[in-house]
Design a protein around this ligand. Structure first.
Ligand code: ST9
Ligand code: ZN
Ligand code: ZN
Length: 333
């Protein structure tokens, strides 16, 4: 695992704050964090989560065995459900609500909140709060999925145990007024369980049965359980694999890495070295729409007048950063 070079931390670097002039950000690394001395608190397993996650993965594996029996429209529906629920995370919880990288109109925010419930990864409010604390205190005890605790912990383990007290303590100090002021975010939070039941479980199962006569069995195990499990794992890979393996073209002093496989599975979110270096860029990548369905979607929303004010880092700033702190793997290197 890498140790940050404080000289090059985002907090001390003008370029990380280039798009933010008036407002301080809570999604930028804070290198003033000091770990508490003394023994680590014990790990407390949440057995209910552990059992449900095991059952979910068994269900998804069984769903895989049913794939040869699924009709073509069900396959298309499963892919659609994957992409829509993934967008609820990438374009919604992540780029819009956690990082405010662009502005979205009310209809788009409604769509993204619904898509987010379809992904069932906690409400937008909770997701964005955990994600801001992840960026601000990355790879410390205050990071919910601290990758220095290993692949398993950062991938899924963190959802199976009580949070480290530091996560909650530091999280409570975050600036969340923008989320609290967003009526759609607060509405989704209030009706979260009902929306998950309808959009993550019932709709993916019932649509193929009702509209083209798929069996409820296949509808439940493929577009519902298998699709949900795949989106979960693609998301978790950003926290695990993309915090361990890949290139670090922009900042070799941090663990987050650009990882092509993760980029593909996570519809554009695997340029994680870029993203931790420039968290306010709406594309989470230097390369715009390349390998980035989420950026294609946001660009399309801009063309339709449903999104605007996308923040982008200039090529000059990127190159200066590559020269200063990159690992030499950048195409200009
Ligand atoms: C899931 C989330 O999967 C995945 C997120 C991944 C993030 C990825 C980021 C990567 C970058 C983006 C790329 C996207 C790519 C997408 C690709 C798509 C193809 N600050 O939570 P509790 C408070 S979810 C402040 O119960 P415990 C909290 O408010 C899957 N406060 O902690 C509460 O206070 P109060 C489904 C905080 O008891 C109190 O603390 N869900 C914070 O330790 C207790 O909160 C699951 O599997 C904070 N950060 O339990 C499990 N955090 O009572 C869901 C907490 O006053 N979670 N607080 O409200 C749980 O069951 C529990 O949270 C727990 C911890 C067991 C994990
Ligand atoms: Zn982020
Ligand atoms: Zn990260």
């Amino acid at each position: 695992m890498k140790t940050r070079n404080p000289t090059y931390s985002n907090q001390h670097n003008g370029d990380a704050l280039v798009a933010e002039t008036e407002q301080s950000r809570d999604d930028v690394f804070d290198d003033s964090y000091e770990a508490n001395a003394g023994p680590k608190p014990p790990m407390r397993v949440v057995w209910k989560n552990l059992i449900l996650m095991v059952l979910l993965h068994i269900g998804a594996l069984y769903g895989l065995t049913l794939v040869p029996y699924m009709s073509a429209p069900t396959l298309a529906w499963t892919v659609l459900c994957y992409v829509v629920s993934a967008l609820g995370i990438t374009a919604g919880a992540h780029r819009l609500w956690s990082h405010r990288t662009y502005k979205a109109s009310t209809p788009l925010r409604v769509f993204l909140a619904l898509a987010n419930s379809m992904a069932f990864q906690n409400s937008v409010f909770e997701w964005a709060r955990d994600h801001r604390v992840h960026h601000k205190y990355s790879e410390t005890d205050a990071d919910p999925h601290n990758a220095t605790r290993g692949f398993f912990f950062s991938h899924i383990g963190w959802l199976l145990v009580r949070k480290h007290p530091e996560v909650i303590e530091k999280g409570k100090k975050l600036e969340l007024t923008d989320l609290k002021a967003d009526e759609i975010v607060m509405f989704q939070k209030k009706y979260y369980k009902m929306s998950v039941l309808l959009l993550c479980f019932l709709m993916p199962t019932l649509v193929p049965w009702y509209f083209w006569g798929e069996t409820l069995w296949v509808g439940y195990f493929i577009p519902c359980l298998l699709r949900y499990t795949l989106v979960l794992n693609a998301t978790w890979l950003v926290n695990s694999a993309a915090h361990m393996w890949g290139n670090r073209p922009y900042d070799k002093y941090i663990n987050p890495s650009d990882n092509r496989f993760v980029t593909f599975a996570a519809i554009g979110e695997g340029f994680h070295n870029y993203h931790h270096t420039f968290p306010f860029d709406y594309s989470t990548s230097e390369y715009g729409i390349k390998l980035n369905i989420t950026t294609v979607f946001i660009d399309l929303m801009c063309c339709l007048g449903l999104a605007k004010d996308c923040k982008k880092v200039s090529g000059d700033v990127i190159l200066a950063r590559v020269k200063r702190t990159g690992d030499g793997s950048h195409k200009t290197g």
